[in-house]
Design a protein around this ligand. Structure first.
Ligand code: NDP
Length: 320
């Protein structure tokens, strides 16, 4: 029998156990994939810990890449041997996973297994943030929190390719160097970041992309110019508490959104457009994917502990 990660209850990383499970069989619309790489994402930790409720026993994972080994009865367009990846799967912390054919991305030759597993979720998130949520323009100032994180490194590169000027926050010197390598114009620490941003930009950033949440949110609001835009896309430090809308008025007629990836993958065309933009950029060497850690699947708990301890850079990938 193949192996997978299973949690019987919500809790710390230690609830993630490596176990034998039944090999899944593809139903209508599904691909059975032999998984070659699994992307670790913050949402996996929210689900494991109970921040986002899930039914137990629970196998985490929405992102993976691999090779199709079988297809469901009505599936057309995919066959055994095809290389695929997804950001919208379920139970992907496994040697075999079912991926909805409608949500499978075709992985081009030339993109290796780890990169294919690393791109879909954070890559398409960075893509929709930079091109759809707030399409930053030439010369505009963008503040990106956690600039050396998986999403932060990709978002910085996409914003730079649009001609925006990018300020990032990071917590260590090593992270600062990585963020500069991704093209950030200014890399700063979290202490007093609002004043630094206002000084650098001469009046406030045009847009803040904030995936850190609780600990940065107030400072993010105060870092914006009048009529600036705040994209709150996550809560790595904790979720932002309920918010009084009057604060938008007193902060200078600010616009805020709290987007999620699913709303920016509404049609097959939209999904394919984002994926091909990203894969093309990787193949053309215009986009670097920094994989900061590769763990055996059995060590998923260690990957979660590292991600939550704030010690990681770029993307973490599990290998079955
Ligand atoms: P990262 O690789 O960016 O890791 C999170 C980073 O956040 C850390 O490395 C750390 O960088 C920073 N951070 C600041 N405070 C804390 C804290 N208290 N605990 C942990 N980390 C902290 O993760 P991802 O790229 O996977 O995700 C980033 C955010 O984006 C998450 O909030 C995630 O939920 C969100 N997200 C949202 C999506 C959406 O569609 N809305 C989709 C994908 C991700 P440093 O040490 O430099 O501060």
């Amino acid at each position: 029998m193949p192996n997978a990660i299973v949690a019987d209850r919500a809790g710390g990383p230690g609830v993630l156990k490596f176990r034998s499970v039944e090999r899944p069989a593809p139903g209508p619309g599904e691909l059975l994939v032999e998984v070659s790489g699994i992307g670790v994402n913050f949402i996996d930790t929210y689900q494991r810990s109970g921040v986002y409720p899930v039914p137990f026993p629970f196998t985490p994972g929405g992102e993976a890449a691999g090779r199709v080994v079988d297809v469901g009865p009505d599936v057309t367009g995919f066959s055994a041997g095809d290389r695929v990846a997804t950001a919208e799967g379920a139970r992907t912390y496994a040697e075999y996973a079912l991926i909805p054919a409608a949500k499978a991305l075709r992985v081009p030759d030339g993109v290796d297994d780890e990169t294919a597993a690393a791109i879909p979720l954070q890559g398409m998130t960075a893509h929709y943030l930079a091109t759809s949520v707030y399409p930053a323009k030439e010369g505009e100032w963008a503040l990106v929190h956690a600039g050396a994180g998986g999403t932060g490194l990709l978002l910085t590169q996409l914003l730079k390719s649009r001609g925006a000027r990018v300020i990032t926050t990071v917590s260590t010197d090593e992270k600062a160097e990585l963020s500069r390598g991704a093209g950030a114009d200014e890399v700063i620490g979290y202490d007093g970041f609002t004043e630094r941003v206002r000084a650098i930009t001469g009046g406030g950033a045009d847009v803040v992309y904030d995936g850190v949440g609780k600990s940065t949110f107030d400072g993010s609001l105060a870092s914006l110019r009048v009529r600036g835009f705040l994209a709150l896309f996550g809560g790595a430090s904790g979720q932002v508490p309920p918010f009084d809308l009057q604060r938008l008025n007193s902060s200078g007629s600010i616009v805020i959104t709290r987007p999620s990836l699913a709303a920016f993958l509404l049609t097959p065309e939209e999904r394919a457009m984002r994926a091909s933009d990203l894969f093309d950029a990787v193949l053309a060497d215009r986009l670097k994917v920094h994989i900061g850690g590769v763990y055996p699947l059995a060590d998923a708990a260690a990957a979660h502990a590292d991600l939550e301890s704030r010690s990681t850079t770029g993307k973490l990938v599990l290998r079955p």
